[in-house]
Structure formats: C-alpha cells, structure tokens
Design a protein around this ligand. Structure first.
Ligand SMILES: [Mn+2]
Length: 508
C-alpha cells in the first residue's frame, strides 16, 4: 500500500517550505543568473591575484551571510533582481485558455509589513500592478506595522506616488501585529473585494481574474491562490502543487496534506477547478468586502499573529461560507525557515492565547484533542471571548462536528473515537510514548507521567491508534510498531481492543 508523504512540513510558520516537482521547478530566474555572469570574468593567473579573488569572494560571502540575517532571506540576491522581473507562467494548460466575465468586482490589495526589505516589498507592489487588469485594482493599501527603517518612511511614500495605481501608505502608531494591522487596512479600503497579500510576494500572469470570478459567482466564497515558492536563497520561482490543501494537526499547526480522492472525484478529475480546502495558510486570500464584515472580520482579541488563519477558516465553513484554493491563480511567496521578527512577551505565549480563543469559540468538545496534547495551553489567560461566542450564535453557525463530518472527514482529529488519553501497561505502569519521534520511527514506552503530550493516543472508530497525525502501524510479523501517516484504510493500522482482557492486538 502506498503512503503519500506530506510535502510540506514546518515548525513555526504556516507555509510550505519546499516546492514539489511542479512545472516551474528548475527554471532559473534572471537574478541569480546575473550574479553568476558577474563572477565569470577570468581571474588573471598568478598567486597574488588568485588570493585576491578568493579574498574578495569570501568577503562577499561574508556580507551575504550578514545581510541574510536582516530579513531571514538572501537580501543580497533580492537586491540584484529587478523590481519588475518577469516570471514563468506556471499555470496548468487548461487555465491559460479560460475566459472570465468583463465585469468582475474591483479589489483593494492590502499588504501589511514590518521592517520589510525595500526590494521584496516593492517587487510585491510592482507585480500586482504589472499583472492585474488596471480596472480591477481599486488601490493598493500598504499598512506599516511600526517599522523602524528610514527607507520605509518618506522614501517609500514618494516612490509609490509615481506609480500608475493609487498606493496608500498607512501607519500603525505602535506595533500592533498582523491581525490588527489587517483590520485597519480593511477599514480604509474601498474596493468591492479585499485581497490580502504578504509583503514578500510576486503575482504571476492571470492571478487575479480567477479569484475575483469565484467571488462574483458567490460572494460567500473566500479564495486563496496556489502559493508558489520563491527561494529564500536564490529567489528562484518554483510552482507550488495543486495537489495539496490546507489542514491542521492536534496542536493546531497548519499543515499541507494531499488533496483526498473525494475532492478529486467531486471535480471529476479536472485540476483546473477550485479545490475546497478545510483551512487556509492565511497570508494570501481574497474576500468580498461586505462579507468580511458580515462574518466578523478577525478576532480582534487575538494578538500579533498565529491561529487567525484557522479561526477564519473554521468560521467561514461553520457559518455558511466556502473556502477554496483557486488552482488557476498563482502567487509566489518567500518562505523563510525562521522569523526575523521579535514580539513583546515572545511568540509562544501569543500563539497559545490565540489558539485557545479559537478552540474555545469554534471547536466544541474537540478542543480536548488540542488541550491534552498541549497541556500548557489550558493555563494561558485568553481574555474575554463573549463577543465571539455571540457572533457564532448570531450567525447560527454549525457545530465543529459538522465541519469534521462534511468538510474535513480526513481530519487528523477523528470525528468518532472510543477513547483519548494514555495507553498504560497496568502491570509495569509504563505508557506508550511517541518520544517526540517522527514519521517512520518506532513508538516508545516510558514511565507514565499523566501530563498528556507525547503520551496521548486516541483509539478511533476506525480502530486506529493515533497520536496526532501518526498511526501505529505494523508491517511485519513480530514488530516493530512504527508510527506512520494515517491512511484510513485499516490494514496494517487496524487494532482490536478487548475490554475484558484489557489488551490491544494488531489483527492484520
Ligand atoms: Mn511571509
């Protein structure tokens, strides 16, 4: 049996890091090619000149490393690439011939930034202007979340004044975080649709029309483009996969998972049709401006960043909307391995608080999967959620069980299960423990600590034993018991519990 690996895995950031082998992979962008050309001049022969070239090269490398730290991407490479560079057309063939209505709604493009590099921010702006039909762009709104860099003040304002699309720069008075800065940007925007982009993106040909067309068709549809990968090292542009969609694990981390067969069947195998996705990555999406208000924008009680993407995803689905990845729309994003930002109080506590609010308001009893695997979360002060609970009632939103059943039946959180907790050997008082090991490794046994976390397993209605998104699996006689991606097909992942003998037995 074939296990489809998850293509994207990342600890602290909710975007794919590596591109699967898509159509754009392997193509060289103009920037790094130019850097290579500059190096190709033959050094003169001779000991001293060679040493000088080596010294120069090593000091350039040193400088590149220093500059990398500023934004956690290769700033030197970014600065060598034109602000209006051309990009490959990475769309599926069937997308290139699609015809969209003329009278699509207009959009405001809202981009929040904090200490962003000039080159990546302006490349985002130029790519919007160059690759969008002029009459569909109402304006671009740049929301500065209290940046400290001088070039992002007056120089930015005078630069964008000369562009052929109105660009407004608005400033947060103090560091407010992504969520509140986006709310401010949305509040001043005038387009019929709001399109949120990150500050280090590049839009490709034809990106906007298919997004707006879905919203025109149904204003309660919220749409994301396929997020392509701009290398944080070379700025090479690589197509993202149309075969993954958004999910989440028990820790409420956003993850990309393979688009399941049922969603391929619903689209009759046509990959150019939008994919219904359980969640969005969060950085890039378009939404009808009035609908954004109706469904309650963002939870303004959340701080800075984190959890807001799952919150709006659950809310859209549970309250009668639709969330899609429009596979004919491609926007690139620079994926970073580490965040260059610091937050007052540290990121961990902020994300715990935001996730706690999201679990309390939207997840009903299924919040226990989150709390038992991350017990620290139940200790954070998450503030007052009464207005968000009120919103849920006012909009008559459906329960989380409905979402799991109908929108995300392949969820890592099982809709039906027999038990959730530790698996204890009653004679030795030792417990099964995932030992924080990864996929394909053996499950461990350790003294029971009663603190949840790595000793939490669920015995599901499908008779799987799961810990987060891994299932206990035995593929040969006499073991070992390994942890593999759950495949929902029973087989090697089927276990029988005998409540009389208190045994769990692998039955395949
Ligand atoms: Mn980003």
């Amino acid at each position: 049996m074939k296990i489809i690996p998850i293509q994207f895995h990342q600890k602290s950031h909710s975007y794919p890091r590596s591109a699967p082998g898509g159509g754009g992979g392997g193509r060289r962008s103009s920037g790094p090619a130019r850097a290579v050309a500059a190096r190709s001049r033959e050094p003169q022969r001779g000991r001293y000149s060679r040493a000088a070239v080596r010294r120069a090269a090593s000091s350039a490398t040193q400088k590149m490393k220093e500059m990398f730290k500023i934004n956690q991407f290769n700033l030197m490479a970014s600065e060598m690439i034109a602000l209006n560079r051309s990009l490959p057309d990475v769309r599926l063939e069937g997308c290139k011939t699609k015809v969209y209505p003329d009278n699509l709604p207009t959009t405001s493009v809202v981009i929040v930034f904090h200490n962003e590099a000039w080159s990546t921010l302006l490349r985002t702006v130029h790519s919007v202007i160059n690759r969008s039909p002029r009459h569909m762009i109402e304006e671009i709104v740049l929301v500065d979340d209290a940046s400290e860099r001088d070039f992002l003040k007056r120089p930015l304002e005078s630069y964008v004044k000369k562009l052929k699309v109105p660009v407004h720069v608005i400033r947060m008075e103090q560091r407010s975080g992504l969520i509140r800065a986006r709310l401010k940007g949305a509040a001043v925007s005038k387009g019929q649709v709001i399109t949120f982009l990150d500050a280090h993106c590049e839009c490709t040909v034809g990106w906007l029309e298919p997004l707006l067309a879905r919203i025109k068709h149904d204003r309660r549809t919220v749409v994301c483009p396929i997020i392509d990968v701009i290398s944080d090292d070379t700025f090479e542009y690589m197509a993202g996969s149309d075969m993954t969609y958004g999910g989440f694990n028990w820790k409420l981390n956003f993850r990309w998972y393979p688009v399941p067969q049922r969603e391929m069947d619903r689209r009759k195998g046509d990959r150019t049709l939008p994919v219904r996705t359980p969640t969005m990555a969060g950085g890039l999406f378009s939404i009808d401006r009035d609908y954004f208000q109706e469904i309650g924008t963002y939870d303004a009680g959340m701080d800075i960043w984190g959890g807001e993407n799952l919150e709006i995803s659950f809310r859209i689905w549970q309250c009668g909307g639709t969330l899609e990845i429009v596979t004919c729309s491609h926007v690139g994003h620079v994926f970073r391995k580490a965040t260059p930002y610091t937050f007052p109080g540290g990121t961990g506590q902020i994300i715990n608080k935001n996730n706690r609010r999201l679990a309390e308001v939207w997840m009903d009893e299924f919040k226990n999967f989150f709390y038992i695997i991350s017990p620290g979360v139940t200790k954070v002060d998450y503030g007052d959620i009464s207005s968000r609970v009120g919103l849920r009632h006012k909009l008559q939103c459906k329960p989380f069980s409905w979402y799991l059943e109908n929108i995300y039946p392949d969820s890592q959180i099982p809709r039906h299960y027999f038990s959730l907790g530790e698996i204890r050997n009653v004679e030795t008082n030792q417990c099964l423990d995932n030992m924080a090991r990864k996929e394909n490794e053996k499950v461990g046994i350790f003294n029971c600590h009663g603190m949840g976390g790595n000793q939490v397993f669920s015995y599901t209605a499908n008779k799987e034993i799961r810990t987060d998104d891994l299932c206990l699996d035995v593929s040969k006689l006499n073991g070992p018991v390994t942890m593999l991606k759950c495949h929902h097909l029973k087989g090697n992942q089927l276990w029988e519990y005998d409540p009389v003998k208190l045994t769990l037995q692998h039955v395949n």
